[in-house]
Design a binder for this molecule. Structure first.
Ligand code: PGA
Length: 251
């Protein structure tokens, strides 16, 4: 099997006004101009910064992504952004099913699958997030929850080319707490089991990312875990230097 190329995703969440967003993006583009990190890089800024960052990243190795998209292409959905709008703004990727959307906006697996399908229909690659809560882990249900989320959140249109799955334990996001290598390995294996169940095979090229309190210090350890094909980074991606160190940590 050809090795899977690592994927590094920066999720800026609801952080960044125009000036600091441009400054951070420019610094990161400067880093990538100085050398190839050996992986794919996607930056997902707030929607307000997409058009501006498209110009900053033009001609660079950095791809642009949205943080969410609506299941519909257009219509009466106040406050939402659609797949075609993200493409129009220069995106090639979009995150769907992030736990902050699942918990904060009541999104379930079915809606996440519909959003991923809409992303695919628009020509975007979907980064589908799954992950158990602390209560689910403590109850010994982490792997069952992960498997169910993967099976339920993937639309029929998903292929390893247009989809990556991010395993992000809810209790590790923004907390500084991370699972141990054995738990990450087991969770990533379970993501693959979920994919195989959903599609009866064909998932060898699928990239499975780890997310949750990834830093420049711990990224190397995460990326060395078998089955970890990249990382989805929140807080640490707000520093161009830290995120660039993370992008190089697999070497
Ligand atoms: P964190 O967030 O790196 O700040 O924990 C990760 C994420 O939510 O994608």
């Amino acid at each position: 099997m050809t090795p899977r190329r690592p994927l590094f995703v920066a999720n800026w969440k609801m952080n960044g006004l125009h000036a600091d967003g441009i400054a951070r993006a420019s610094a990161l583009a400067g880093h990538t101009a100085g050398g190839d990190c050996g992986g794919d890089i996607v930056v997902c800024p707030p929607a307000t910064l997409l058009f501006a960052l498209r110009a900053v990243f033009a001609g660079s190795a950095i791809a642009l992504g949205g943080q969410d998209c609506h299941a519909a292409a257009e219509g009466a959905h106040t406050g939402d952004v659609s797949g075609p709008m993200l493409v129009d703004a220069g995106c090639t990727h979009v995150i769907v099913g992030h736990s902050e959307r699942r918990a904060g906006h009541g999104e379930g697996n079915e809606e996440v699958a519909a959003k991923a399908a809409a992303a695919h229909a628009a020509g975007l690659a979907a980064i589908v997030c799954v992950g158990e809560s602390a209560a689910e882990r403590n109850a010994g249900r982490a792997l069952a929850v992960i498997g169910r989320q993967v099976e339920g959140s993937l639309p029929a249109s998903a292929t390893p080319d247009n989809t990556a799955i991010a395993y992000e334990p809810v209790w590790a996001i923004g907390t500084g707490r991370t699972p141990g290598p054995a738990d990450i390995e087991a969770a990533h294996a379970q993501v693959r089991v979920g994919w195989e169940r959903r599609f009866s095979g064909g998932g060898e090229a699928l990239r499975v990312l780890y997310g949750g309190s990834v830093t420049a210090r711990n990224a190397g350890g995460m990326l060395a875990v078998p089955g970890v094909d990249g990382v989805l980074v929140g807080g640490a991606s707000l520093s161009a230097d830290a995120f660039w160190q993370i992008c190089q940590a697999h070497r």
